[in-house]
Design a protein around this ligand. Sequence first.
Ligand code: G3P
Length: 219
Amino acid sequence: MKIFLDSANVEAIRSAAELGLCDGVTTNPTIILRDAPGKEHREVVKEIASIVKGPISVEGVGQKKEEIIKEALEFSKWAKNVVVKVPITREGLAAVRVLEKKGVRTNVTLVFSVSQALLAAKAGASYVSPFVGRLDDAGQNGMEVVRGIVEAFRNYRFKTKVIVASVRSVKHVEEAARIGADIATIPPKVYEEMWKHSLTDKGIQLFLEDFAKAKGMRK
Ligand code: G3P
């Protein structure tokens, strides 16, 4: 499973990229406002693209097909690896068909059901982003929706990749991997928790103590 960072925090992205564990980045207007307040989308995306070679998702505000296409063509000039996030609406689906034919990769976002994901795949989207955390917040089971999308895409061998988004916990990441989702896009806080375990810390401490004891005995 590929790991994307769901962030516009350049320091967090750089740190993950240094480890070789950042396969891509996803943003949206809320993330850019939160992580890079006062900065232009263009400036932020170009900075991220100087660090990460993998796909970088960027979202505009256009709602009509022609507006979405215009914005997307502008975003794709910013860096070679830009992927354009398009909301799953009638206009969005129409824009996806055109953009993918023009060679602009799209990530159909705000996906909350298998049927939405199916239409995005049929429209030729490169990625779909089901929002698991927001589904859980609404009293549904976000990971069950992901399971359904992965199953449906396998049934018909769609090439569209599934990005598990709106990730809130390490458990979400683990379930995404068990289901076989292509990608999980992870907030830096959750990513930092992935290699931590209290028994690992305890184990390291014990080995250090025992090493010191053994050294003491040799004197
Ligand atoms: O990638 C989409 C994701 O950022 C949405 O997350 O936490 O705002 O539901 P959240």
